[in-house]
Design a protein around this ligand. Structure first.
Ligand SMILES: Cc1cc2nc3c(=O)[nH]c(=O)nc-3n(C[C@H](O)[C@H](O)[C@H](O)COP(=O)(O)OP(=O)(O)OC[C@H]3O[C@@H](n4cnc5c(N)ncnc54)[C@H](O)[C@@H]3O)c2cc1C
Length: 397
C-alpha cells in the first residue's frame, strides 16, 4: 500500500514536516520523524522536508495488469442513518449491484460498518446481497471518513472486489475518494447509468459531463476496484425477498480512534426532503409566473405530494433550492411524478430517472420531457391543472 517512508539516518529532526502536517500524521521524537496513524498521505511532509528524508512511496495496492482477473465480486458500501438503518440509497445500489454481479457471474457483497440497527444485515440480504461484511464499531458512525476509508481500503486489498459502489451522500463523497487514493484506483462520481460491457467485462460508468451537455461513459480498464458513486434516487430499490439467504461475516474493529468529533448538529432545512417523497409535483418555467404557485400547491395538496421544480424557478426566486430536481439539485425517486411546464433538459432528466410513473403536461408535443413520461397531456398547463384540481376536489368532497 502507498505510504510515507522516512530515512531515519538522514533525518535532522528539524520538525518542518511536523509543522507542515495538518493532521498530526507525522511527529518528531528523539530528533527523528515518525509517521502516526493519523497520516492522510497528503504528501505535505514530503514537500516540507529540506533534506529529502521523507518520501511518499506508491506501493503494491494498485492492481497490476496481470492480476486484474483476480479481483472479483461487487461491493456496495451501505451507509447507515442516525438510527442505524441502511439509507435507501444502499438498497437502490444493491438492486443495481445485483444486476451487475449477475452479469459478471459474481457475488454481491454489502459492506456495513458502525452501529447497525438490529435486522440491518438481514434487510441487505433480502435486497440482494449474498454476503454482508459487518464491522460493528461505534467509532465508524460516519464521524471520520478517513477511518472508514482505511477500513474499506484494507478490506479491498485483502478480498479484492472488482467493483465498489457508494451512495453520493455527503459522507459517501468524502469516503470514496479517500478509498480511491489509498487503492490507487479510479472513481467516477455521480453516475446515472452503470452497466457491464458484455465484451470487455468492464463497468461502464455514465455521468453527465461538460456542464451536463453530454453524457460521458467512463471505464477503469487498468486498475481495480472499479469504483463509482451514485446519488440517491437514481436507481429503484428492489422489492425485499425475506426468503433470500446470505452470509454475515464479522470484520475486526478498526485500530485507531477517529480524529473528528461532532460538536453540534444543525439542520439546514426543516420539513421532508423531496428525495424521499413518494409523490411529487415538479414545476417548470411553463407555469408562467409565481402567481401560478397557489394553484400548483393546491394540486400537490390534493395528490398528497411534495413540490419540486426546475433550476430556472430557483434562480427566479419562486422556490428555494431544496426543491430543485436534477443534476445540480436533488435526484428523486417518487412512485408518481407530475411534471408541469418542464421542457426536460438533460440536466433535469438526470434527477428523475428513479421515478416510477411520470405524467408530463406541456404545450409543446416535441418537449423532451415526454420521452421520460409514461403519460402525457399536451396543452396549456394552467387550464389542465385547473381542470384536474376541480375534478380532484369533486372526488374528495
Ligand atoms: C451545469 C448545469 C446544471 C443544471 N442543473 C439543473 C438541474 O439540476 N435541474 C434543472 O431543472 N435544470 C438544470 N439546469 C438547467 C437546464 O439546462 C434547463 O435550463 C432547465 O431544466 C429548464 O427548465 P424548464 O424546463 O423549467 O424551462 P424551459 O426549458 O424554459 O421549459 C419550459 C417548458 O414549458 C413549456 N410551456 C411553456 N408554457 C407552457 C404552458 N402554458 N403550458 C404548458 N407548458 C408550457 C414549454 O413548452 C417548455 O417545454 C442546469 C444547467 C446547467 C448548464
Amino acid at each position: 500500500m502507498t505510504g510515507i517512508v522516512i530515512d531515519a539516518e538522514k533525518c535532522v529532526g528539524c520538525r518542518q514536516c511536523e509543522r507542515a502536517c495538518a493532521s498530526a500524521g507525522i511527529v518528531v521524537e528523539n530528533r527523528t520523524a515518525r509517521v502516526t496513524e493519523s497520516c492522510t498521505l497528503c504528501g505535505a511532509c514530503v514537500d516540507a522536508c529540506p533534506v529529502g528524508t521523507v518520501e511518499l512511496v506508491r506501493g503494491s495496492a494498485a492492481a497490476r495488469a496481470e492480476d486484474l482477473g483476480t479481483w472479483r465480486n461487487v461491493w456496495v458500501y451501505c451507509q447507515l442513518d442516525a438510527s442505524g438503518a441502511p439509507l435507501s440509497v444502499a438498497f437502490e445500489l444493491l438492486g443495481r449491484g445485483r444486476e451487475l454481479a449477475d452479469a459478471r457471474g459474481e457475488n454481491l457483497v454489502a459492506l456495513l460498518a458502525g452501529t447497525p440497527a438490529p435486522g440491518s444485515a438481514e434487510a441487505l440480504i433480502a435486497a440482494g446481497a449474498d454476503e454482508v461484511l459487518l464491522c460493528e464499531d461505534g467509532r465508524l458512525d460516519r464521524v471520520d471518513a478517513s477511518l472508514e476509508a482505511e477500513l474499506v481500503a484494507h478490506l479491498a486489498q485483502d478480498l479484492r472486489p472488482e467493483i465498489i459502489l457508494y451512495g453520493a451522500t455527503a459522507f459517501g463523497r468524502e469516503l470514496a475518494p479517500q478509498v480511491a487514493v489509498r487503492l490507487e484506483t479510479g472513481l467516477t462520481a455521480d453516475c446515472t447509468v452503470l452497466e457491464i460491457n458484455p465484451e470487455t467485462g468492464l463497468l461502464e460508468q455514465t455521468r453527465p459531463a461538460f456542464g451536463g451537455n453530454l453524457m460521458a461513459t467512463i471505464t477503469c480498464p487498468a486498475h481495480r476496484p472499479q469504483m463509482a458513486t451514485v446519488r440517491p434516487g437514481i436507481f429503484s430499490a428492489p422489492a425485499a425477498d425475506p426468503a433470500r439467504r446470505g452470509q454475515v461475516t464479522r470484520i475486526a474493529p478498526v485500530a485507531r480512534e477517529p480524529r473528528v468529533r461532532i460538536v453540534e448538529k444543525a439542520s439546514a432545512r426543516s420539513g421532508p426532503s423531496i428525495a424521499e417523497a413518494e409523490r411529487l409535483v415538479v414545476l417548470g418555467r411553463g407555469i408562467g409566473s409565481k402567481k401560478s404557485l397557489p394553484l400548483m400547491r393546491r394540486l400537490a395538496e390534493l395528490l398528497d405530494a411534495e413540490i419540486g421544480c426546475t433550476r430556472p424557478l430557483v434562480e427566479a426566486g419562486w422556490l428555494e433550492y431544496p426543491h430543485q430536481v436534477g443534476q445540480t439539485g436533488v435526484a428523486v425517486a417518487p412512485k408518481l411524478l407530475v411534471s408541469i411546464g418542464v421542457s426536460g433538459a438533460i440536466q433535469h432528466l438526470a434527477g428523475i430517472g428513479g421515478a416510477e410513473t411520470v405524467i408530463a403536461i406541456n404545450e409543446d408535443p416535441e418537449a423532451p420531457i415526454f420521452s421520460a413520461a409514461r403519460y402525457g397531456a399536451v396543452g396549456d398547463c394552467i387550464e389542465i391543472v385547473s381542470a384536474l384540481v376541480e375534478q380532484l376536489e369533486k372526488s374528495t368532497r
